[in-house]
Design a protein around this ligand. Structure first.
Ligand SMILES: [Zn+2]
Length: 428
């Protein structure tokens, strides 16, 4: 067979995984159905599947296997959140591993040599162990936050939010191990580094626009300098100690119950507990945001088309490539030409920075315009954020803008497993 030169089209499948991401991106090099296609799986996870429609990760994995013809060129795991990873664990993970990806691409924060206890980190990752260690400690905090809510007297909505964010930030060790044990080249990328995908995708250029390393930008760890963050650092240490000894977190704390309180002070207890609920929620929010900012941001240049997959990257991650990096003007120029945008972080308010959205030149209110920007979001209403605070995901104002100025596709339109994914064909 003649070597593949450059793709003639790209097919994007966005699977219905409820709250999560799962994209199969197929690069088509010719007419022949299987031999001339290369498939890249970008994330496979869910924290909550739709209750109706019979969707399951198992059927998604089987469909990926079928559509990929039993072989993946690459697996990309943008960051270590359950809604991007859970499918790589258990039976579905084994099924994906059997598709023998040639490349497994993850952010630099997953680099084995950047982990605490590892020796000689690569030069670009020097000084990162503290940060990577803090990321690992977040999983302990998430676990203990989940334990705390059982006894917490806080409003139901607060408890639900803590539970949701806590679960998303659990360690996902099974999925992480499966990824680690997959064959093929393991690439741990950062802003400006090679993705390793070029060699499995002839004629495709892949730009890694994030996350920056700590040497490039301290912004991704910025919150560590703040008091509220110090609080969860302490909490992480205490949590680990508690886990190791089986002791309660604050063993010498006086135990009081409502019944022994003087009647005139009873108003106070629910208020204290409500504050505790709010604090805990704030802590898990910070964890969630910090992990999102370790997301890979990939821009695929295929023929004349540019496809942007930013995972869950939020503002702090984006700021480096958009503003701080010395190549920022060139990056902005590249981004201005984006044809397909995978909406960041399920459509949350701070993952599509206005400074990014304003760059996109192919936005167009005319739905019949040729070359109009295509946007795709994988999301589920009612799981993340709150309408009252204006933090709901997907954020209604953003969805409005996406609908108005781009050809917008959402996994929420998938209501039955007979149609397991959105399928978008892009001639290039
Ligand atoms: Zn996510």
């Amino acid at each position: 067979m003649a070597p593949l030169k450059k793709p003639t089209s790209v097919t994007i499948r966005s699977y219905q995984v409820g709250f999560g991401d799962c994209f199969l991106v197929s690069f088509n090099y010719g007419e022949d159905a299987t031999a001339s296609r290369r498939h890249v799986l970008i994330d496979f996870g869910s924290t909550s599947l739709p209750k109706q429609g019979g969707f399951s990760l198992d059927s998604v994995a089987k469909d990926i296997k079928e559509k990929a013809g039993g072989k993946l060129a690459a697996v990309v795991a943008t960051h270590r959140h359950r809604d991007h990873l859970s499918g790589f664990g258990g039976e579905t993970g084994r099924l994906i591993a059997d598709l023998n990806p040639d490349v497994v691409l993850q952010p630099w924060t997953e680099h084995p040599k950047a982990q605490p206890g590892a020796t000689s980190p690569p030069a670009a990752l020097e000084g990162a162990k503290g940060f990577v260690g803090a990321l690992a400690a977040m999983h302990d905090v998430a676990r203990f936050s989940l334990q705390e809510i059982a006894a917490l007297r806080a409003p139901k909505t607060v408890k639900e939010q803590i539970a949701f964010l806590g679960e998303d930030n659990l360690a996902n060790l099974d999925a992480v191990k499966t990824l680690m044990n997959m064959g093929g080249d393991h690439v741990y990328a950062y802003y400006g580094s090679k993705s390793g995908l070029e060699k499995v995708l002839p004629g495709v250029k892949v730009h890694v626009l994030g996350p920056p390393t700590l040497k490039q930008s301290r912004a991704v760890e910025q919150q560590r300098d703040e008091d509220r963050d110090e609080f969860w650092h302490l909490q992480a240490k205490a949590s680990r100690r508690a886990a190791a000894t089986g002791q309660p977190l604050f063993p010498r704390a006086a135990q009081v119950t409502g019944s022994v309180l003087p009647v005139e002070t009873r108003w106070f207890l629910p208020r204290i507990e409500s504050v505790r609920g709010d604090q805990l929620l704030e802590i898990v929010r910070i964890l969630d945001k910090q992990m999102n900012n370790t997301s890979l941001i990939l821009l695929f240049e295929v023929g004349t088309k540019k496809l942007l997959f930013p995972g869950d990257a939020q503002l702090e991650n984006w700021m480096y490539s958009l503003k701080e990096a010395k190549e920022a003007p060139a990056v902005r120029k590249l981004l201005s030409k984006v044809d397909v945008y995978k909406v960041g972080h399920h459509g949350s308010l701070n993952a599509t920075p206005k400074s990014l959205w304003n760059l996109f030149q192919k936005k167009n209110p005319d739905e019949h315009a040729t070359g109009r920007l295509q946007t795709i979001v994988s999301t589920m209403t009612g799981k993340h954020g709150s309408v009252d605070r204006g933090t709901e995901v997907p954020r209604s104002k953003l969805v409005q803008a996406l609908k108005m100025e781009s050809t917008f596709a959402t996994t929420q339109s998938l209501t039955s497993r007979t149609v397991p994914c959105l399928k978008i064909d892009i001639p290039v």
